[in-house]
Design a protein around this ligand. Structure first.
Ligand code: HEM
Length: 185
């Protein structure tokens, strides 16, 4: 057997739950964004508006994801639970891959959408990102992709949550403990 970690380490657990917290705020905020209120004119959002906050939080989530992926490629995750059928192992890997992929693609699509609308994306007005695409480049496409992938991620997180609860309460194999917040490394 290769050297495998028994549980996720402290940075892994901190990043996992930080992402959940940031996403929860971002999703709740996204439900009340004033979409289309300007009759589709899509004027640049004022500083401090909900859309402005949404974009800043999106940049922050994007930065956290880069750190999380850097952790993921440099640290070996715990082995799948023993005696788990191969299809479940495959399903878990695919779901995790989908979650990582969407965590990268959703902020990128949002950034491209804002760039297409000629909006400047900032990190709470401390750092301005350059446009990802030229102004006018397929704003509807990027907007639709951003929203579609947001819904896909909600479905993937739902599946992930059901699987975690299944392990915890039906299989009772202690899987949740591997990711549960605790102070020691
Ligand atoms: C809703 C509450 C959540 C619970 C209860 C939960 C639970 C867990 C647990 C127990 C694991 C470890 C699985 C194992 O040991 O094999 C895990 C891993 C993971 N979780 Fe969550 N999770 C939640 C939300 C999220 C969210 C919102 C995301 C991202 C959108 C996410 C992304 C991941 C990823 C990518 C892994 C795999 C880590 C790796 O090995 O690379 N989780 N989660």
């Amino acid at each position: 057997m290769s050297m495998q970690n028994p549980v996720y380490n402290l940075p892994a657990r901190a990043l996992h739950w930080l992402v959940l917290g940031l996403l929860a705020v971002q999703y709740i905020g996204a439900q009340i964004l004033p979409e289309g209120e300007d009759g589709g004119a899509r004027t640049a959002p004022a500083a401090g508006s909900l859309v402005d906050w949404h974009m800043s939080l999106g940049v922050l989530i994007g930065l956290v994801i880069v750190i999380r992926l850097a952790w993921r490629v440099t640290w070996k995750a715990p082995a799948p639970p023993e005696n788990q059928p191969a299809w479940q192992e495959k399903a878990a890997s695919l779901t995790h891959l989908a979650l990582y992929g969407l965590l990268v693609l959703i902020p990128l699509a949002g950034w491209a959408w804002a760039s297409a609308l000629s909006w400047t994306v900032t990190l709470f007005h401390t750092l301005s990102l350059p446009p990802l695409v030229a102004a006018g480049t397929w704003p509807d496409l990027f907007g639709n992709l951003h929203a579609l992938m947001g819904n896909l991620m909600l479905a993937a997180v739902g599946l992930h949550l059901v699987a975690a609860l299944w392990h915890q309460f039906v299989l009772r194999d202690g899987l949740l403990r591997r990711m549960w917040p605790r102070r020691n490394g």
